[in-house]
Design a binder for this molecule. Structure first.
Ligand code: NAD
Length: 462
C-alpha cells in the first residue's frame, strides 16, 4: 500500500511506530500538527526507503540558516511601524538558495522553514542547480498603500541585503508579492551593493518585470507547469485534458494562469473559490473574463453580476452562480486544483471532495489527515513538489538569461519548461512504481536520490 507522512504521524501518535530518532538528535518537536515536523517526517520516510546516509538525513532535517529581522517603516500618516521578516536558507548543496518571498499576515517561522525545505526538494526533483530558501514579511499587503508597500519591500531588502545575492540567495515572488516588488528589491539591493557589488545585481531576484530583466513566460510559469504535469500524467489515468472538468481553490497568479491555459486547451473550469467567495457554472466559467475581473476587483466576488461571456473558452456558459463553501468543495470534477494557501485540504474537506485527482498547485495545501482521506478514497494526488515546480524552473531560466546577457523568446521558455516538467513527472512515476509508494513519497525519493548523490561526491569538509 502507498504510504504518506500521515502514516508516520498517526502511528507515532498512537504510540505505534516510534518517532525517527533524528527528531531528538537534531532537536525537532515531535508534534504531528507542526508543519515543519510533517515535512521532515515525509523526508525521513523516503530516506529510509532508499537507505540515504545518516549524515545527509541530519543535514536536511534542519535549515542551514534561519534569519529573522525587525525593521521600522514610516507609514503614510507619519507614524512608524515595526515589521517582522524572515529568510530561511534551508540547503545550498546543489546551488544558491532559491525561493519566494511571502507578504501575508499569517507568516510564521515554521511555515517559512517548511516552504524553504520544499524548495530544496523541488529544485532537486526538477534538477535545476539551486538549493532551497523562503522568506516573508508579516504584513497584510492589501491594507498597505502603494507607497507603504514599496517602503516595506525596500526596508526588508536593506535588512537582509548581506544575506542575499545573485550567487548566494535569490528570492522570487510568492503569495502577496509581485513583479513590481521584485523590481524594488533588485533596485534597493543594487543601490546598497554599490561599485564593489556583483556585476549583475538585478540577478538577485527573479520574477522581475520584463523591462528590468524578467523572463518572458515567468508570470504564467507555475500555472503552465501545472498544466504540463497534468498533460503528462492524466493519460495514464484515462482523463482527457481536453474535456475534463476542473475546480480551483485560489485564483491568484498560479490559479488564474492554470485555469486560462487549461480552458484554452478545452477543459471545463466549473467552480472557483478565493478569499472573497465561491462561484460556479456547470457549463464552464469564462476564466479569461474572470481573471480580468479579479485583476480589477481583487477577488471573484461580484463576477456573478457580469453578463455575457468573453467567448474565449470552448466550454463556457453564460454568467455564474454564487455558491456556498460546502457547495464548492462537493462540486463533481475530474481534477481539483488547490492554488491558495497551506493546509486548506484538511480531513473534513478531503471527505467532501468529489474528484479523481488533486493537483497541488499551492505549496503544502493538504494536511497529513487530508492526505490519508484522499488515499483511502483512491484519489490520486500530484504533489506540490512536482506540480508547482514550473515557477522555480522559469526563475532559473531568468537567472541564466540575466547572467549571460541573452533573451529567450517565449517559445524557448515554454519548450524548455515542458521538457523539464515532463522529465520530473516521469522521474516521479518511475520512483512510484519502483518502490510502490504514493506519488508524494515518490517525489521525495526522486529528489533525495539526487541530493544523496551530490553529498556522496562532495563529501563534507572541513
Ligand atoms: P496569489 O497571492 O497570487 O494568490 C493566492 C490566492 O489564494 C488568491 O486567489 C487568494 O484569494 C486565495 N486565498 C487566500 N486565502 C484564501 C482563503 N482563505 N480561502 C480561499 N482562497 C484564499 O499567490 P500565488 O502566487 O498564486 O500562490 C498560490 C500558491 O502557489 C501558494 O501556495 C504559493 O506558495 C504557491 N506557489 C506559487 C508560485 C508562484 O510562482 N507564484 C510558485 C510555486 C508555488
Amino acid at each position: 500500500m502507498s504510504t504518506t507522512a500521515t502514516d508516520v504521524n498517526q502511528s507515532a501518535d498512537a504510540g505505534g511506530t516510534e518517532w525517527d530518532p533524528i527528531f531528538d538528535e537534531v532537536g525537532l518537536p515531535k508534534d504531528p500538527t507542526n508543519i515543519y515536523t510533517q515535512t521532515v517526517a515525509s523526508m525521513l520516510q523516503a530516506a529510509e526507503i532508499i537507505n540515504l546516509r545518516h549524515r545527509v538525513r541530519i543535514i536536511l532535517a534542519q535549515p542551514k540558516n534561519e534569519i529573522m529581522v525587525h525593521f521600522p517603516v514610516r507609514m503614510d500618516d507619519g507614524h512608524h511601524k515595526l515589521f517582522k521578516g524572515y529568510r530561511v536558507q534551508h540547503n545550498n548543496a546543489v546551488g544558491p538558495y532559491k525561493g519566494g518571498l511571502r507578504f501575508h499576515q499569517d507568516v510564521h517561522l515554521d511555515d517559512v522553514k517548511s516552504l524553504a525545505f520544499l524548495m530544496t526538494m523541488k529544485c532537486a526533483l526538477v534538477r535545476v542547480p539551486f538549493g532551497g530558501g523562503k522568506g516573508g514579511v508579516n504584513c497584510n499587503p492589501r491594507e498597505l498603500s502603494p507607497g507603504e508597500l514599496e517602503r516595506v519591500s525596500r526596508r526588508f531588502t536593506a535588512a537582509i541585503a548581506n544575506d542575499i545575492g545573485p550567487d548566494y540567495d535569490i528570492p522570487a515572488p510568492d503569495v502577496g508579492t509581485t513583479a513590481e516588488i521584485m523590481a524594488w528589491i533588485a533596485d534597493t539591493y543594487g543601490a546598497l551593493s554599490g561599485r564593489h557589488g556583483p556585476a549583475d545585481p538585478f540577478a538577485v531576484v527573479t520574477g522581475k518585470p520584463i523591462a528590468v530583466g524578467g523572463s518572458l513566460g515567468r508570470e504564467k510559469a507555475t500555472g503552465q507547469g501545472v498544466v504540463d504535469v497534468l498533460r503528462e500524467m492524466l493519460p495514464d489515468l484515462d482523463i482527457p485534458v481536453e474535456d475534463m472538468r476542473v475546480s480551483l481553490l485560489g485564483f491568484g497568479n498560479v490559479g488564474s494562469w492554470a485555469a486560462k491555459i487549461l480552458s484554452d486547451l478545452g477543459a471545463n473550469v466549473v467552480a472557483v473559490m478565493d478569499h472573497t467567495g465561491a462561484i460556479r457554472n456547470t457549463e464552464g466559467l469564462d476564466v479569461h473574463a474572470l481573471a480580468d475581473h479579479v485583476a480589477e476587483h481583487g477577488g471573484v466576488a461580484g463576477f456573478e453580476k457580469k453578463t455575457g461571456t468573453g467567448g474565449h473558452a470552448r466550454h463556457c456558459g453564460e454568467g455564474c452562480d454564487v455558491i456556498s463553501e460546502d457547495d464548492f468543495w462537493t462540486t463533481p470534477v475530474d481534477v481539483f486544483i488547490p492554488a491558495a494557501l497551506e493546509g486548506m485540504v484538511n480531513e473534513e474537506r478531503a471527505k467532501q471532495l468529489h474528484c479523481r485527482v488533486v493537483a497541488e498547485a499551492a505549496n503544502a495545501p493538504t494536511t497529513p489527515e487530508g492526505d490519508a482521506v484522499l488515499a483511502s478514497r483512491g484519489i490520486e494526488v500530484i504533489p506540490d513538489m512536482l506540480c508547482n515546480a514550473g515557477g522555480v524552473t522559469v526563475s532559473y531560466f531568468e537567472w541564466v538569461q540575466n547572467r549571460s546577457n541573452v533573451t529567450w523568446d517565449v517559445e524557448q521558455v515554454d519548450r524548455e519548461l515542458n521538457r523539464i516538467m515532463c522529465m520530473a513527472a516521469r522521474r516521479t512515476i518511475v520512483a512510484k512504481q519502483k518502490y510502490d509508494v504514493s506519488m508524494r513519497l515518490a517525489s521525495y525519493i526522486a529528489a533525495l536520490e539526487h541530493l544523496g548523490d551530490i553529498y556522496n561526491h562532495r563529501g563534507i569538509w572541513p
